[in-house]
Design a protein around this ligand. Structure first.
Ligand SMILES: [Mg+2]
Length: 408
């Protein structure tokens, strides 16, 4: 697999420049060599996110006779000791040498990329001078300027400007964050789980998204479901398996998945492969319009009449009790993750989605609706109508109604 890197200029990014007459200079002794605040932590976070961290630095003071080579080497030993760095690439030339490695030329970056199979278009360059930004751009990296407010030679063409390496790391990590987390509760779905994952993967580009994760929550399946997901996770970096230590039910599994979600938005997709990629994509396409996207089924004729009746009664009753006009409460609802995490979903019963929706809408969250087609499950019977489950739903709705009355 191709690696990704954060390339770092040294002076003014990792350690402080010495400033004389408003002009930055490299430190000339070990005593002058001081790490900037937050640098150790920022590099740790970048390493933890899977990036190679590689310094690319011009050190013309060595050939110019200003700083002895041994001093620069001692500084770099200090960097390697204190920071999570994979490599330090140094150019010991001046402009007169017309080398290929002195920034703004990208030679140091290209050399590291060739050695470590780095995908430069998926990598970053963080620097504090125009030479850094030009080198990063020439190599095809996303460039980030650490701006210390020194007016001279401040480049205008960096992709992002920040005040510190900490801010640069936060910017990089926010760009890495999944746009969508798919939470897939899974209980004995060995015949359907791989198909479910396939449909999710189809939906993401159809809806114009790129970064996503699929969190399969295995709720103590007794079949090969977990083994199948493990095999898929080994080859697909977006797929993750979370295993419940004991069976929590559909709502409980969903809540576990939400607690693991790193995405900006989170959507429930059951592991029974009943939602074609096009239907999932239709929900995702509405994600930018509202805090919540509520899908409803446009092909109810695929369901037995008694299930349709119960479903309609359930929706009617909830809307009546809580003064809402939601078309359907049990679909593949999409939420803003931060909002969903801000409420406490108490029930693990089949009413967990209703509880989440009602609580968020009462807080003023916005929602959009979308009609989607659903494929009827071929073999499995729903467990929603078992007496234990019906009882759980009724109790959950009553508890929610009481809670809402009390909160006014
Ligand atoms: Mg610098």
């Amino acid at each position: 697999m191709t690696a990704r890197a954060v390339f770092l200029d040294r002076d003014g990014v990792l350690n402080a420049n010495l400033v004389r007459d408003g002009k930055p200079y490299a430190p000339r002794s070990l005593a002058e060599f001081q790490l900037l605040p937050g640098v150790e932590d920022a590099l740790g976070r970048l390493k933890a996110a899977g990036f190679l961290t590689i310094v690319a630095t011009n050190q013309p003071d060595v050939p110019n006779g200003i700083t002895p080579l041994a001093v620069v080497e001692a500084m770099h030993a200090e960097l390697r000791r204190r920071l999570a760095l994979d490599d330090i690439k140094i150019c010991f030339h001046t402009d007169a040498d017309n080398c290929a490695c002195r920034k703004p030329k990208p030679g140091l970056i290209l050399e590291a990329a060739a050695e470590r199979d780095i995908d430069l278009k998926a990598s970053y360059f963080v620097g504090d001078r125009w030479r850094d930004i030009e080198a990063g751009r020439a190599a095809g990296c996303h460039t980030i300027l650490v701006d210390h407010g020194l007016a001279q030679d401040r480049p205008a063409n960096a992709d992002k400007t920040v005040a510190s390496l900490s801010e640069a790391a936060a910017h990089i990590l926010s760009r890495e964050r999944p746009q969508i987390s798919f939470v897939v509760p899974c209980y004995n779905e060995e015949d359907h789980i791989a198909g479910t994952i396939e449909q999710v993967e189809r939906a993401v580009p159809l809806a114009g998204f790129e970064r996503f994760e699929i969190i399969v929550v295995d709720d103590c399946s007794q079949d090969r479901s977990a083994a199948i997901v493990n095999e898929l996770a080994a080859e697909k970096k977006q797929v993750r398996l979370v295993r419940n230590p004991h069976n929590l039910g559909f709502g409980g599994a969903y809540k576990v998945g939400v607690s693991h979600a790193a995405g900006e938005r989170v959507i429930l997709v059951p592991g029974d492969d009943c939602h074609p990629g096009e239907s999932i994509a239709a929900v995702l396409r509405k994600a930018r319009e509202a805090d919540i996207v509520v899908p409803y089924r446009i092909n109810p004729e695929g369901r037995p009449w008694h299930r349709r009746l119960v479903s309609r009664c359930f929706t009617f009753l909830l809307n009546l009790l809580f003064g809402l006009r939601i078309p359907y409460y049990n679909g593949i609802v999409l939420h803003r993750t931060d909002l969903l995490r801000s409420i406490d979903i108490k029930t693990n019963s089949f009413a967990f989605q209703a509880e989440a929706l009602i609580k968020l809408l009462r807080r003023g969250a916005s929602y959009a609706t979308v009609g989607i087609g659903i494929v009827e499950s071929d073999k499995k019977k729903t467990t929603a109508f078992r007496p234990r489950n019906v009882n759980g739903v009724v109790r959950a709705i009553l508890a929610l109604w009481r809670e809402v009355q009390h909160s006014g």
